[in-house]
Design a binder for this molecule. Structure first.
Ligand SMILES: NC(=O)c1ccc[n+]([C@@H]2O[C@H](COP(=O)([O-])OP(=O)(O)OC[C@H]3O[C@@H](n4cnc5c(N)ncnc54)[C@H](O)[C@@H]3O)[C@@H](O)[C@H]2O)c1
Length: 438
């Protein structure tokens, strides 16, 4: 039997030992889905706290209920470790490590490199490896393939099988999950594509094979660039409507009644999260190395970066209209997560907004039902305990994230001034003298 036939048999019978490298927002739900499909799964993460939590059956990812995790751990289907030696037994490995930006704005591939360096000594014939981390087209073939084959002498597509499959998870979402969101996958060779697609088919509802790793990498960047550019377009629309004295929310709702050829996006104080503001910059970085400027991405990134400052300008003007300055005003920021109903603060515009308000002398506090406290490189704050008391005491309440947990009508009733950057107050806030919208 060929190595391809052996691994395919192991995958179809679920005897293959699965290892997930990186147990974060992406890796933990994926580990759970494979374990639920009947595979024995080991998660490897350098963070001891996460590993211990998984082994105790305690989830730290919103989309994974602790009861589900605990059940899989108890049944011996899922375990976690910090020890890369667990890769010795692995047949199928998925890499779900972070791909942030460096301070310079360039891709930081150090997590992928360190994961692959941890994997390389254990790579063996009949192994399938899939990269899930969002990255620029070419990463799987140019960065990972040589590291896995150089010393081992293994031949890709014959001995080992390497593919890219972008994760599309939308944290906090209930209708589309890791399990039922169609999964694009492309191999370095056609055999790599076949083996990896067969693996994922065992656990996921719909697998969408594409012809290469580059096509799969680029598909993810198209999805995220599409969102980045469109959100930024409506953000700029908000700036233009502000100049024109037109209600941007009314304009968007009106346009959205067109039953074809229009897709509704809503503006806000800036794009956050680990994906939308970052992944497109991986693409523009790669294109620069090919002497091409990705103008849409660069422009969107530039406009998006102005949104926190524009939002603070709205707070400043609203206070000014009431004869107050930001300096010395008590300002309550509602919501610091980057989007509603989750606890993730990565790249959240709330941080810039709080910082800019503090720089202007504002006495800034925040409340977030999902983020009890934060510490960003030594800058620590705690969510206020008495929400409605603070709403009443504040000179301005600034809605940065429209969490569903808030009772907006009670907030409007109690507050003196609400600067609503998300249209969380909807019709209640329109023509309401207390409310200033983005
Ligand atoms: N979070 C999302 O909504 C989302 C959605 C789609 C795609 N993605 C992409 O998926 C990737 C992972 O994102 P995430 O949100 O899960 O990140 P995360 O930070 O939540 O998790 C990554 C995990 O990898 C671990 N790790 C770091 N170095 C490692 C190594 N060498 N070996 C093993 N583990 C290591 C970290 O300790 C961490 O627990 C990123 O490329 C991201 O762009 C994320």
């Amino acid at each position: 039997m060929t190595h391809q036939q052996i691994i395919l048999e192991k995958l179809k019978s679920h005897e293959a030992q699965v290892v997930i490298l990186g147990l974060g927002y992406v890796g933990l739900p994926l580990a759970v889905v494979f374990a639920q499909a009947g595979f024995r799964v080991t998660g490897i993460d350098p963070l001891g706290d996460k590993v211990e939590a998984v082994n105790r059956g305690e989830s730290y990812v919103l989309d994974v209920p602790s009861a589900v995790l605990a059940n899989l751990v108890e049944q011996g289907k899922l375990r976690a470790t910090t020890d890369f030696a667990a890769l010795r037994e692995a047949d199928a490995v998925s890499i779900c490590v972070p791909t942030p930006l460096r301070k310079t704005g360039d891709p930081d591939l150090s997590y992928i490199v360190s994961a692959v360096e941890g994997l390389a000594p254990h790579v063996h014939a009949g192994m399938v490896v899939v990269l899930e981390s969002s990255t620029y087209p070419g990463t799987t073939r140019e960065l990972i393939l040589p590291r896995l084959t150089m010393d081992s002498g293994l031949v890709v597509g014959e001995d080992i099988f390497l593919a890219f499959s972008p994760e599309r998870v939308d944290p906090g979402r209930r209708d589309w999950t890791t399990q039922n969101t169609p999964k694009v996958i492309g191999g370095v060779t056609s055999a790599c594509g076949e083996v990896s697609a067969e693996w994922y088919r065992q656990a996921l509802d719909t697998v969408v094979p594409v012809s290469s790793t580059e096509a799969a990498e680029m598909a993810k960047l198209l999805e995220n660039t599409f969102r980045m550019v469109n959100i930024t377009l409506v953000n700029e629309l908000a700036i233009m409507c502000d100049r024109l004295g037109v209600d941007v929310w009314e304009v968007i709702d009106a346009a959205a009644t067109k039953p074809f050829g229009f897709m509704k996006f809503t503006p806000g104080p800036g794009i956050g999260g680990h994906c939308i503001p970052i992944d497109p910059l991986y693409l523009s970085w790669k294109l620069k190395s090919l002497h091409y400027t990705a103008r849409f991405i660069d422009l969107a990134s530039e406009i998006n970066a102005t949104m926190p400052r524009f939002s603070v300008g709205k707070v400043q003007d609203a206070l000014n209209d009431r004869g107050k300055a930001v300096k010395g005003s008590r300002i309550l920021v509602l919501g610091v997560a980057y989007k509603p109903d989750i606890d993730d603060m990565r790249e959240s515009p709330a941080l810039d907004i709080i910082h800019l308000l503090q720089e202007r002398g504002g006495d800034v506090r925040y409340h977030d039902p999902h983020v009890p406290s934060f510490d960003q490189e030594g800058w620590a704050m705690e969510s206020v305990k008495d929400l409605m008391g603070e709403v009443g005491a504040a000179d301005a309440v600034v809605i940065v994230t429209n969490h569903r947990a808030y009772n907006y009508s009670a907030i409007l009733e109690r507050a003196r001034l609400v600067v609503d950057l998300r249209n969380a107050t909807g019709a209640m806030g329109t023509n309401n003298p207390k409310v200033v919208k983005l």
